[in-house]
Design a protein around this ligand. Structure first.
Ligand code: AMP
Length: 219
């Protein structure tokens, strides 16, 4: 079997993970696996899982490792994941990173890309973020779509995510520092970490990432 291109995009909330993930998945033809999207969809669909995690997501707290590990393990079994995946928002704790190593075995993570952005900038990005409830297109609070409340892409409602309210932003960034930042040393010690300056244009960030992927002979 050819080697799988398994990538992780790591970074604080609002660092641009979603934007970079979408572009990289298209370039490398691998699926975008975002545990945040999977969980939000479950809440929207009102499934058993959704009911269990709704209040956790709203507060900006972390869902248990057991739940997310199982979601990811299931996702890996799908046909489109056999060439590799781009993980966005997972792993978020050392426990999840260890579970991921066990799931992937020898053909494991090839690169962990850390989007480095100062906390002041991500706080500002998150508090001005608005999102279409239907198609997920993101806007700034000053965009006409945010002011009118209507998405120009699909006509859906443009709202502020409850986890982008100030109190939830504080909780999420605190959780990041406590639970997720240790992953930098986890992947650094395995020689898999690359940090990219996320405070530049999205196209420049993508170029920097692709250069590293190329230099490492990954694609
Ligand atoms: P995100 O869109 O990645 O910021 O995720 C939104 C929310 O989903 C987070 O604030 C958590 O409540 C939950 N979540 C997403 N991914 C994970 C994960 N790997 N572990 C625990 N909770 C998660």
């Amino acid at each position: 079997m050819t080697s799988r291109l398994n990538l992780i995009v790591l970074g604080k909330q609002g660092a641009g993970k979603g934007t970079q993930s979408a572009v990289l998945c298209e370039k490398y033809a691998i699926p975008h696996v975002s545990t945040g999207d999977i969980l939000r969809n479950a809440v929207k669909a009102g499934s058993e899982l959704g009911k269990k995690v709704a209040s956790i997501l709203e507060a900006g707290d972390l869902v248990s490792d057991d739940i997310v590990n199982q979601l990811v393990e299931e996702r890996f079994k799908e046909a489109d994941a056999q060439r590799g995946v781009l993980l966005d928002g997972f792993p978020r704790t050392i426990g999840q990173a260890e579970a991921l190593e066990a799931m992937l075995g020898d053909d494991g993570i090839k690169l962990c890309i850390n989007l480095d952005v100062p906390i002041e900038l991500v706080t500002q990005r998150l508090s001005s973020r608005r999102v279409c409830q239907e198609c997920g297109t993101t806007y700034r609070d000053s965009d006409v779509e945010a002011i009118s409340g209507t998405c120009s892409n699909c006509g859906g409602d443009v709202i502020q995510r409850t986890d982008d309210y100030p109190e939830a932003i504080r909780t999420r960034l605190m959780n990041y520092e406590r639970d997720t930042e240790p992953l930098l040393s986890f992947y650094g010690s395995r020689g898999l970490l690359v940090s990219v300056n996320g405070d530049q244009s999205p196209a420049d960030v993508t170029d920097e990432i692709m250069k590293v992927v190329h230099e490492r002979g990954l694609a």
